[in-house]
Ligand binder design. Structure first.
Ligand SMILES: CC(C)[C@H](NC(=O)[C@H](C)N)C(=O)O
Length: 623
């Protein structure tokens, strides 16, 4: 059955206004991406510390939940791609899911107000379950929002370009990436209100209609090919060139050719999650590593979570340098630095970044006190007498803990002031001078001290304190300040960011260029999924593979990535780059279809679907 000609919709490309060869609508799209990433990274930068110090989770749980959230953000793009391609179209999907996103951010913000459940006003929430539930709801909404937007924006941006703008299309992905990173960098300064900019460009976009439920058609076609292959498994049936050719009996040749293209790329993606496994630990392990370092840069003090901004700063400088200098130079030297080779080199850079992180960790470990394990405790005895005292602790004696510290009863009844330390102070944040005022009734005195990053102190206050104006206060350093400087993390950031430019910008471009026209968002979603799987790997390793030493974990990840990049380079060697439009035109020619009839095929596919449903007695109304 064919539709009468009057019902055929032949899509025409809207003529778009241009500026310097670029469609003007691109401006709104990149600003939208900037705002979305701005909002996302602004929240994500502090997330692991929020888990650690507000919800009081331990390092491993904080790391796991952080990566579970990032994984969800990069899994939901599949949903976004389905909604965009089969129902709402990219434009509306971006708008509606931005609203879900904003609600998520508000929910998340509310969850951080501890006053909501802090009835006794002691500065600690009374109902942690409430805060955890609210923040998890917020994170789920944000993940849905980002998933809806992410696969659509890059593909929607690509859709704006006409055939004569292929050079600009390539630059678009670099500019797009720059906006992601500008958004990430500035997220601590500007508010996410700017997101309305995307709607402002509405009249200028090329909005392609959703092309039917393409994902569903793809799944059914693959399912049929597998079933048909199984039915004809006997050797008496002649072999077919590709297993997808077993769908020939029922499905359009063009759809089969398109699926083959997508599957080829998805197969190539299998090793890629390992890159993200390392890359996304910037926000978790590396931030926690920074909490044990000193952020005192003289003119300013850098907080551990702010260290992450080094990545977008480097991106903003490295992308233009690579695009304008390094890659053209490599090309001039006659070397074929193809996209897949760039991605392999990017992976090796990320592995080197983790070797650098391991070396920094070894330096940090040398400066850390020995913290007690879960089966040990640690006591510090401060002798305030002027003579030496012997303290003997009998194993059977108990400790009496009082509100002003810890007092120890030993078998010899020696009495001292005791303190204990079981971790570095919160967030490594005490590198500042503080003034204290002591009061007792009418009496008072003031003293001032400078504290180092990550240090812990005990103050001994004698009863004579007011008579000598706080002079007699003695300070005991329980834990030394962090002495390894955060600047030592810069090499690892430099290496991972160089890797990112080679891997991620190229991957984004590659995913768009190798996808058939109607499956651009699908392949973008596939590309983002590699990121999701990477984060799932971290949370599995963080939860299961608890290595006793952090530096060993870094080296493990680096070795795994080297192994994976070797596998990837072998797979890449056998990959042939394609021009999807050319293949589609070829198939069309073989089918005897005119090029301009391309839009008909989608309708025909739907028509086939509908026929099948009608056969099953499903009533459908077609517009
Ligand atoms: C997930 C992508 C790699 C990308 N991230 C970055 O560009 C970071 C900020 N350098 C993103 O789309 O957020």
């Amino acid at each position: 059955m064919r539709y009468p000609p009057t019902l055929l919709i032949i899509a025409t490309k809207k003529l778009t206004a241009e500026c310097c060869g670029y469609p003007i609508s691109i401006f709104f799209i990149v600003v939208n991406e900037f705002c979305e990433r701005f909002s996302y990274y602004g929240m994500r930068a502090v997330l692991v510390l929020y888990f650690r110090y507000f919800l009081l989770w331990d390092d491993d749980l904080a790391t796991s939940i952080y990566h579970a959230f990032v994984a969800l953000c990069y899994l939901t793009p599949i949903l976004g791609a389905i909604i965009a391609d089969s129902w709402l179209g990219k434009f509306k999907t971006i708008i509606y899911l931005s609203i879900v996103y904003a609600i998520g951010q508000v929910t998340m913000a509310i969850s951080t107000i501890h006053d909501i459940t802090d009835a006794n006003r002691d500065g600690t929430p009374d109902n942690f379950t409430f805060h955890i539930a609210l923040s998890m709801l917020g994170l789920i909404l944000i993940a849905l929002g980002t998933g809806g937007i992410k696969p659509c924006v890059a593909a929607f941006g690509g859709d704006q370009f006409q055939e004569h703008q292929s050079r600009q299309l390539n630059t678009f992905f670099s500019v797009f990436y720059l906006c992601i990173n500008a958004g990430s960098l500035l997220s601590t300064l500007i508010t996410p209100v700017l997101r309305v900019v995307f709607i402002a460009g509405s009249g200028m976009y090329v909005k392609t209609d959703p092309e039917g439920n393409i994902m569903w058609s793809v799944c059914k076609c693959i399912g049929f090919a597998i079933k048909n292959r199984f039915r004809h498994r006997s050797s008496s049936y002649p072999k077919r060139e590709h297993w997808m050719d077993w769908a020939n009996e029922k499905y359009d040749k063009l759809l089969i050719a398109q699926i083959k293209m997508v599957l080829k790329v998805l197969f190539l993606y299998i090793p890629l999650p390992m890159f993200w496994t390392l890359f996304d630990q910037k926000g978790s392990r590396w931030t926690l590593q920074a909490t044990t370092m000193s952020g005192d840069f003289g003119a300013f003090i850098l907080q551990p979570d702010q260290m992450q901004t080094v990545n977008p700063i480097l991106i903003l400088t490295l992308v233009p340098i690579m695009d304008r200098l390094i890659f053209p130079l490599i090309q001039k030297c006659g070397l074929n630095f193809s996209p897949l080779k760039r991605m392999t080199v990017g992976m090796l850079f990320a592995a080197m970044a983790f070797v650098s992180a391991a070396l920094v960790q070894i330096e940090i470990d040398k400066t850390l006190p020995n913290f007690p394990s879960s089966s040990e405790s640690q006591l510090k005895v401060v002798n305030t007498y002027s003579t030496t005292l012997n303290v003997t602790i009998s194993p059977n004696e108990h400790l009496l803990i009082e509100s002003f510290g810890v007092q120890l009863h030993t078998s010899k009844h020696t009495y001292s002031t005791i303190s204990y330390v079981k971790s570095k102070p919160r967030e490594g944040k005490n590198a500042i001078r503080r003034d204290f005022v002591l009061r007792h009734g009418e009496q008072w005195c003031e003293f001032s001290r400078k504290f180092g990053f990550g240090a812990s102190y005990t103050f001994l206050i004698p009863s004579t304190v007011f008579s000598d104006d706080c002079e007699s206060i003695t300070e005991v350093e329980d834990m030394k300040p962090n002495s390894v400087h955060m600047a030592l993390q810069i090499p690892q950031y430099f290496l991972i960011t160089t890797g990112e430019v080679m891997f991620s910008v190229t991957g984004l471009q590659f995913s768009y260029s190798q996808a058939p026209k109607n499956m651009k968002s699908v392949l973008q979603a596939g590309w983002l999924c590699t990121n999701a799987v990477g984060n799932i790997i971290v949370l599995i390793v963080a939860e299961l593979g608890k290595l006793p030493k952090q530096w060993a974990e870094y080296l493990l990840f680096a070795s795994l990535l080297v192994a994976v990049s070797i596998i990837f380079s072998i797979m890449a060697y056998f990959y042939t780059y394609i021009d999807p439009a050319e293949i589609e035109a070829q198939v069309r020619k073989e089918q005897g279809l005119e090029p301009e009839e391309m839009e008909k095929e989608t309708l025909e596919m739907e028509e086939k679907d509908e026929d099948q449903k009608n056969e099953q007695g499903v009533k459908q109304t077609k517009i």
